[in-house]
Design a protein around this ligand. Structure first.
Ligand code: GDP
Ligand code: MG
Length: 254
């Protein structure tokens, strides 16, 4: 089984090689890593190229051009991973907030699920103890109140960016119809997955704040999350399991 881990990066030069080292050390059968870099000014793209040369056929780099963004990076990365023949597609941050130690369990769960979510808000899941009450409150409110009320999400961590998808789950989603670009991208993908009737299993994780580098969470990204949530509902609320896309269509476009 071919697992491809998609890692979007923007100024993660000081995190990337350590993360790649930890991932490659995992006991996971035929694992590959696809770094999706948005022309980071700190040289992340070059350091990813170096890693790709050192770990041939293990590490790959997609250098994005044009408008940058987490959502666009993931969509490009997912399409590439599918074209590379992935059976399982993992998405995770580059800053160690998503620890590689959870990966084997997340991949294993896909034997009886469509999507695995590394979740902070199920029993056993925890947040960095350094998070202040305001940040905790915002994250809880976005999850427990905002997305639940507007979208009716069932998943407990709707903003989670740590996920593993089966190939058929990702192929079943019309990626061209996903419009979010900031972290609300995670919410849109969770909503579409629930509308399509995917079986989603949450695995508790400890979410540790980044030790190195800076967060790219910005005011525009937060504003996008606020207004997009309604748009996401309007756009996708009619989706049903019968609207899952057939694999062949996706492959011919990839
Ligand atoms: N390719 C790409 N990656 C991004 C962009 N913004 C953030 N990232 C990556 O997405 C992940 C999460 O971003 P981060 O700044 O840690 O967000 P936070 O954890 O919410 O503070 C990290 O791996 C970032 O490098 C972007 O515009 N393009
Ligand atoms: Mg982070």
């Amino acid at each position: 089984m071919n697992t491809i881990i998609v890692i979007p990066t923007y100024n993660e030069a000081d995190n990337l090689s350590a993360l790649v080292g930890e991932l490659l050390a995992l006991d996971l059968e035929s694992l590959q890593i696809l770094v999706v870099d948005d022309r980071s000014p700190d040289g992340t793209g070059e350091s990813a190229d170096k890693l790709a040369r050192r770990h041939e056929n293990k590490v790959f780099v997609l250098h994005r051009q044009g408008l940058r963004g987490l959502g666009r990076s993931y969509l490009d990365g997912f399409r590439r991973a599918l074209a590379m023949g992935a059976d399982v597609i993992v998405q995770m941050d580059a800053d160690f907030s998503h620890s590689p130690v959870y990966l084997p369990a997340m991949v294993q769960v896909l034997a009886h699920a469509d999507v695995a979510v590394g979740s902070r808000y199920v029993p056993g899941g925890t947040l960095d103890e350094h998070w202040g009450w305001w940040r905790r409150f915002l994250s809880w409110w976005a999850n427990a109140i905002y997305t639940r009320l507007i979208l009716g999400l069932h998943v407990h961590d709707g903003t989670a960016g740590f996920k593993a998808w089966t190939r058929s789950a990702l192929e079943g989603i019309d990626l061209d119809a996903i419009l979010s670009n900031g972290y609300v991208f995670q919410v849109e993908m969770a909503y579409v997955s629930e509308r399509l009737g995917y079986r989603i299993v949450e695995i508790p994780i400890h979410f540790e704040d980044r030790r190195i580098g800076r967060s790219k969470m910005s005011v525009p990204v937060k504003l996008e999350a606020a207004y997009r949530t309604f748009e996401i509902r309007l756009r996708h609320r009619r989706l049903r399991p019968r609207h899952r896309r057939k694999a062949a269509i996706v492959q011919s476009e990839a």
